[in-house]
Write a protein that binds this ligand. Structure first.
Ligand code: PGA
Ligand code: MG
Length: 226
């Protein structure tokens, strides 16, 4: 049985409007009080995750920017992976191509990002992938934002490094996620679960698809496996 948790946030602990599930928070606090280690893993920024970690009560062990940034505890070294300059050049190429056609592509929290680029879903990811097909970037549509990240910089890659720093193996973890940016960590978890709203790729990568959606489905998984 798992003895640690790694969980995504948007769509896994929240609903589709990013409203946090109080049921999920109650279950997280129960396992935190049982001294079960928790990694928060998100496409959001480090400062978002620091605030979230304090409000939930975890120890600040986080993966941000889909694995572009990760850190053990609040005081651990802030590891930065990838190359934001390459992602920025790719974003500019997309803007040059699509803004004249009226697509907005608003940047999300760019001043607080160290590794990736995230922007609004104002154009289909498939079109953005086509525009960037000759550039060394991954286009990741999480359902909440589109991210540009360097190949190999994933939540799963950061998960392996953080677990080692924690003296644990990925197989010791229950892994919970909802979207394509969680597949790499779902495949590494000892038991992987997704709520009913998860994307097809995430459902494919998971061991169990919960009956309920969003944070309530994840709360059911935490109750069942931790
Ligand atoms: O940042 C996003 O696009 C989605 O965030 P998540 O990884 O917590 O679901
Ligand atoms: Mg998510």
């Amino acid at each position: 049985m798992p003895r640690a948790l790694i969980t995504d946030i948007d769509g896994t602990l929240t609903d589709d409007r990013r409203r946090l599930s109080t049921e999920a928070v109650d279950e997280l606090r129960r396992i935190i009080d049982a001294e079960i280690p928790v990694i928060l893993a998100s496409g959001n920024t480090l400062c978002f995750l620091d605030a979230f970690s304090h409000m939930i009560g975890t120890d600040g062990t986080i993966i941000a920017e889909n694995g572009g940034v990760y850190r053990l505890g609040y005081l651990g070294e802030k590891h930065i992976a990838g190359d934001q300059e390459v992602c920025l050049a790719a974003y500019q190429k997309v803007v040059d191509e699509l803004r004249p056609k009226g697509d907005d592509l608003r940047l999300f929290s760019s001043r607080y990002r160290d590794s990736d680029i995230a922007f609004s879903r104002d154009a289909p990811a498939a079109l953005i992938k086509e525009i960037l097909k000759d550039m060394p970037v991954e286009v990741i549509d999480t359902g909440f934002a589109i991210h540009l990240q360097i190949p190999g910089v994933t939540k799963g890659a950061a998960f392996e490094k953080l677990a080692a720093e924690m003296g644990l193996a990925p197989a010791d973890f229950l892994a919970a996620g909802d979207s394509v940016n969680d597949v790499s960590m779902l495949k590494l978890g000892g038991i992987s679960v997704v709520p009913a709203n998860a994307s097809p790729e995430a459902k494919e990568a998971a061991d169990h698809v919960m009956e309920r959606s969003f944070g309530e489905g994840t709360a059911d998984a935490l109750r069942k496996y931790l």
